[in-house]
Write a protein of this length. Structure first.
Length: 256
C-alpha cells in the first residue's frame, strides 16, 4: 500500500497471539462538512469505544483497531494494533487518534485503501498462524462519495466489499461491513447503492439523525466485545440492535 506498511514485528510483539484476533476497522469521513460538532462527536465516540472495550479484559486483549480517514485525501491514521497498546495510555486512559476535518469526500478511495489495509493485516496473521475472527468494518459519513456509479473508484470499492462478504461452498465471509449515514445531508440511498454489491447477510447501510456518531461507536464496542467472547453472531441482525435504523419515532426513511 502506498500510504501504510504494517510493521509486522511490532504488531506481533504487542499481540497476545494465543487469543483469536478481532479486527475492527473504522472508515471515517473527515471532509470539511464534518467540521465543528460532527468531528467532535466522532472523537468523543472513539474515546467511548476505548472506554467500553477497556472495561472488558477479554475484549481488550483480543481487539485490534485501525482507522482510515477520507477528507480531501485518504490517510491510514492508525495501523492495526491491539487496542490495549494503541489507544490506551500509560495511565490507562483512552488515547485514540484525533480526527480533523477538511477537503472533499473521497469515500470510495477510502473504502479501497481501508479494505486493502485489512487484507494486508489478515495476510500477516495467516502467515504467522494467528487465528482471527470475522472483521468488523464501520463506515461513518455525513455525505456521499465524490465518485459515482461507473467510475473506477466506485467499481473498485464495490469489488472489495463483494469479495470480503461473499459466501460460497468453500469460503465464508471474512468481514461485516456497516455503513452509517448520519444527518439529513447524508446520501443514504447512494450509500446503500455503493454497498449493495455485498452479501446482505453481513452488509448493512442505515441512516441516523444528526450528530448520532457516538451511538455508532457504542454499537461498535458492543459488537466487538461480543465477537471477542464468541457471542458476536453470524449476520447483521445478530450484531445491530433492533432500533439502530428504525424506531417508534421513525419517519419511514430509516432514521431514528
Amino acid at each position: 500500500m502506498s500510504q501504510s506498511q504494517i510493521d509486522v514485528d511490532s504488531l506481533l510483539k504487542d499481540m497476545e497471539t494465543r487469543v483469536a484476533r478481532v479486527p475492527n476497522l473504522f472508515l471515517l469521513d473527515t471532509s470539511s462538512s464534518m467540521r465543528g460538532e460532527r468531528i467532535k462527536k466522532v472523537n468523543n465516540g472513539l474515546k467511548q469505544f476505548v472506554n467500553e472495550v477497556g472495561q472488558d479484559d477479554e475484549a481488550e486483549w483480543a481487539i485490534d483497531v485501525s482507522i482510515v480517514s477520507f477528507g480531501g485525501n485518504v490517510s491510514v491514521e492508525q495501523d492495526f494494533r491491539p487496542i490495549s497498546d494503541a489507544w490506551i495510555d500509560d495511565n490507562g486512559d483512552p488515547d485514540p487518534p484525533q480526527m480533523n476535518a477538511s477537503g472533499g469526500t473521497p469515500m470510495c478511495k477510502g473504502i479501497v485503501e481501508g479494505l486493502e489495509h485489512l487484507e494486508e493485516y489478515k495476510s500477516i496473521l495467516d502467515d504467522q498462524g494467528v487465528s482471527r475472527k470475522r472483521a468488523l468494518v464501520w463506515l461513518l459519513t455525513d455525505g456521499e462519495p465524490n465518485q459515482g456509479p461507473g467510475t473506477d473508484d466506485w467499481n473498485a470499492a464495490q469489488d472489495l466489499i463483494k469479495n470480503g462478504t461473499e459466501e460460497t461452498e468453500k469460503k465464508n465471509p471474512h468481514m461485516f461491513f456497516f455503513a452509517a449515514g448520519v444527518g439529513s445531508d447524508a446520501g443514504t440511498d447512494r450509500l446503500a447503492e455503493l454497498v449493495s454489491a455485498g452479501n446482505d447477510d453481513v452488509v448493512e447501510a442505515f441512516d441516523l439523525k444528526e450528530h448520532m456518531f457516538e451511538e455508532v461507536f457504542e454499537v461498535a464496542s458492543k459488537s466487538a466485545k461480543g465477537s471477542a467472547s464468541g457471542d458476536g453472531g453470524e449476520t447483521t441482525e445478530d450484531v445491530l440492535p433492533d432500533d439502530i435504523s428504525e424506531s417508534d419515532e421513525s419517519d419511514g426513511s430509516g432514521q431514528i
